[in-house]
Design a protein around this ligand. Structure first.
Ligand SMILES: Cc1cc2nc3c(=O)[nH]c(=O)nc-3n(C[C@H](O)[C@H](O)[C@H](O)COP(=O)(O)OP(=O)(O)OC[C@H]3O[C@@H](n4cnc5c(N)ncnc54)[C@H](O)[C@@H]3O)c2cc1C
Length: 307
């Protein structure tokens, strides 16, 4: 990877690369390149990077890329990768403070260790806290925003704002500003309020939840979790399976035999276009046969190869 001119990006402490393939930053293990890829050293370094970029340069955020399909033509502008194995967790004023780059399972274990209940669901979500905030990730009855007290956001102008939970309107896998606008900025941290509970029981529940996931999800193959949101009162997986689509393949990608709402990339050789073609086919087939319009949960970013 070629480094950018130091004059243009002086004073950065993170890792910067140009024309950087994004496949290794997504759980589907496919996708084109970012014009500029940046892995910040910390929040202040991220703010410096954001301020350094021309205001017209688009910024795309990735956490662990576990809910994202990057198209084969790649992403124009800058992609910031927020996942940071060294990011901080702390107990602060009775709340749990978490940097956005922390992986969700780490918060689940940290919460259990500190005698908190109801954070166990996060153990099965292989994304970052930032991604969980952006998606209102949830499972087994738990949902990220139910436990948020406040968040810290880095604006496009490069300033930090602490926002109360009431600044956002959240529902199933959906997050908007309270006025209905699309959320702006980059989540850099959150404070969570989990109820007190039995840490030992929480740790046991985590083990049980992970066991259930291994039994029901194709975790040994590259995937991005549930591709479609569940429609009200039903399950996307049930609808897809009822249409006989398990195993449906395009190129190197296919609908998982183990869980019909997962698309897998078994050899790591699928193109994003293969996956997108499956998504379109599944959506069309389910609509034609059942009348239900499935809404994708995965975020599709970037450009088609010859756009
Ligand atoms: C095996 C498997 C199981 C899964 N199970 C579940 C589940 O049970 N429940 C569930 O809800 N999801 C599940 N997912 C999907 C995924 O893990 C979640 O949506 C997760 O919250 C995404 O986090 P991420 O860091 O990987 O986000 P990414 O995929 O990197 O990004 C997703 C979206 O969030 C935005 N984003 C990421 N970080 C930030 C930030 N710091 N600030 C602003 N925006 C940001 C991105 O721009 C993008 O729009 C699963 C995925 C896999 C692979």
């Amino acid at each position: 990877m070629m480094m950018l001119e130091p004059l243009r990006f002086s004073g950065l402490r993170g890792a910067l690369a140009r024309n950087a393939p994004l496949g290794r930053y997504t759980s589907w293990r496919t996708g084109g390149a970012a014009d500029i890829l940046y892995r910040p050293a910390d929040r202040d370094d991220l703010a410096h990077f954001v301020r350094t970029l021309p205001a017209t340069t688009p910024i795309t955020v990735l956490g662990l890329g576990s809910n994202t399909l990057v198209r084969d033509g790649g992403v124009r502008g800058a992609v910031v990768v927020m996942h940071d194995p060294g990011a901080a967790l702390a107990v602060a004023d009775g709340l749990l403070y978490v940097d956005a780059g922390v992986a969700c399972p780490k918060l689940a274990r940290f919460a259990a260790m500190h005698g908190c209940a109801q954070a166990e669901f996060l153990a099965g979500i292989p994304g970052t806290i930032g991604g969980a905030l952006a998606m209102n990730a949830g499972c087994y009855g738990g949902e990220t925003w139910r436990y948020v007290a406040r968040v810290e956001v880095l604006t496009r102008e490069g300033t930090f704002e602490v926002r109360a939970k009431s600044s956002y309107a959240t529902s199933y896998r959906s997050v908007r500003r309270a006025d209905g606008a699309w959320p702006d900025g980059i989540f850099t941290a959150a404070w969570f309020a989990f109820p007190p509970g039995d840490g030992h029981a929480a740790r046991e529940r985590i083990v049980e939840l992970l066991r259930r996931r291994i039994a029901t999800q194709p975790l040994d193959l590259p995937n991005a979790g549930s591709v479609f949101r569940n429609p009200p009162g039903d399950h996307a997986a049930r609808l897809i399976e009822s249409c006989g689509l398990k195993g449906y393949a395009v190129g190197e990608a296919r609908v998982s035999e183990k869980h019909a709402n997962f698309i897998v990339n078994p050899q790591g050789a699928a193109r994003a276009a293969d996956i997108e073609a499956i998504i379109a086919h599944v959506r069309d087939t389910v609509r034609e046969r059942t009348g239900v319009e499935l809404e994708p949960e995965v975020q599709v970013i970037g450009e088609l190869e010859h756009e």
